[in-house]
Design a protein around this ligand. Structure first.
Ligand SMILES: Nc1ncnc2c1ncn2[C@@H]1O[C@H](COP(=O)(O)OP(=O)(O)OP(=O)(O)O)[C@@H](O)[C@H]1O
Length: 253
């Protein structure tokens, strides 16, 4: 069954100054999909994510999100897109001087006119959705690494985004916290229908959460694999792709 893409990327070339990082990328992301961006260190995964959320402007090509052309210079449509997406950048930093509740409330008070009691209710709901019910008065320093990541996801979910972008969500986490985060991503995807676009290198995570991946290659500045990770592991003819999927996960080495 073919679904309608929620993100379309056409002929995307990205880079900085004279330096081209990736050339002529084409792919679609379907609504409700968990889509993973893969590739070696420094190949441009974060750069691609930042293009998809409008932080960087393409050298050429076009990105469409939920039917709207992504153009940060077009304030009206850019605002509409921003209202439909949530982002957790690398590190997922929370404001350390603010409680979890205040961190999660921040985007709600900034982008809505809800009364204080409604904001508090929404904050409790968001924290409950990530398994942090009752932690609204805690400071980030009082939490484990995995809990901080979940709180950052609660903040990214605050405005009920259709699409959630996560840049290396399990970086710095132990394997158990990392697996718990994968379960949370799967649960939010199933219960809320949120589309996830995730940058990660974690093989176990990729096989657990990804319905589809694209793998970027630094040398050819292009996509060298696009599909389901389980199928690519068996069927890809690209040696780098096979090598990546057939390596042993860290914990089993
Ligand atoms: N703002 C910037 N200005 C100039 N060059 C940049 C900028 N951001 C990233 N780069 C360069 O673009 C390339 C891709 O970087 P990027 O962070 O997207 O890679 P990555 O695949 O996410 O890497 P990693 O896996 O190490 O996080 C790198 O060579 C990096 O130095």
């Amino acid at each position: 069954m073919t679904q309608k893409p929620v993100i379309s990327v056409r002929g995307l070339t990205m880079g900085f100054g004279e330096l081209v990082i990736m050339r002529d990328l084409d792919f679609d992301i379907e609504a409700g999909e968990i889509f993973v961006i893969l590739g070696g260190s420094g190949c441009g995964k974060s750069t691609l994510l930042k293009h998809l959320v409008g932080l960087y402007k393409p050298m050429s090509g076009a990105i469409t999100i939920a039917g709207l052309s992504l153009d940060p210079d077009n304030e009206d449509s850019f605002k509409k897109i921003l209202a439909r997406i949530g982002v957790m950048y690398q590190g997922g930093a929370l404001f350390s001087s603010m409680t979890l509740g205040e961190n999660v409330a921040l985007p709600i008070t900034e982008y809505s006119d809800l009364k204080e009691s409604a904001v508090e209710e929404l904050v409790r709901l968001k924290l409950r959705q990530v398994g942090l019910e009752g932690f609204e008065h805690h400071l980030p320093e009082e939490l484990s690494g995995g809990m901080k990541k979940r709180a950052a996801i609660a903040r990214a979910l605050a405005l009920n985004p259709e699409i959630l972008f996560l840049d290396e969500p399990s970086a710095g986490l132990d394997p158990i916290s990392s697996a718990e985060l994968d379960m949370l991503i799967l649960r939010l995807n199933r219960t809320l229908g949120t589309t996830f676009v995730v940058v990660t290198h974690e093989l176990s995570s990729i096989f657990t959460i990804a319905k589809r991946i694209v793998m970027l290659d630094k040398e050819s500045k292009s996509i060298i694999a696009d599909g389901n990770p389980h199928e690519l592991k068996e069927a890809s003819e690209h040696p780098f792709v096979r090598q990546f999927f057939n390596r042993q996960p860290e914990m089993e080495k």
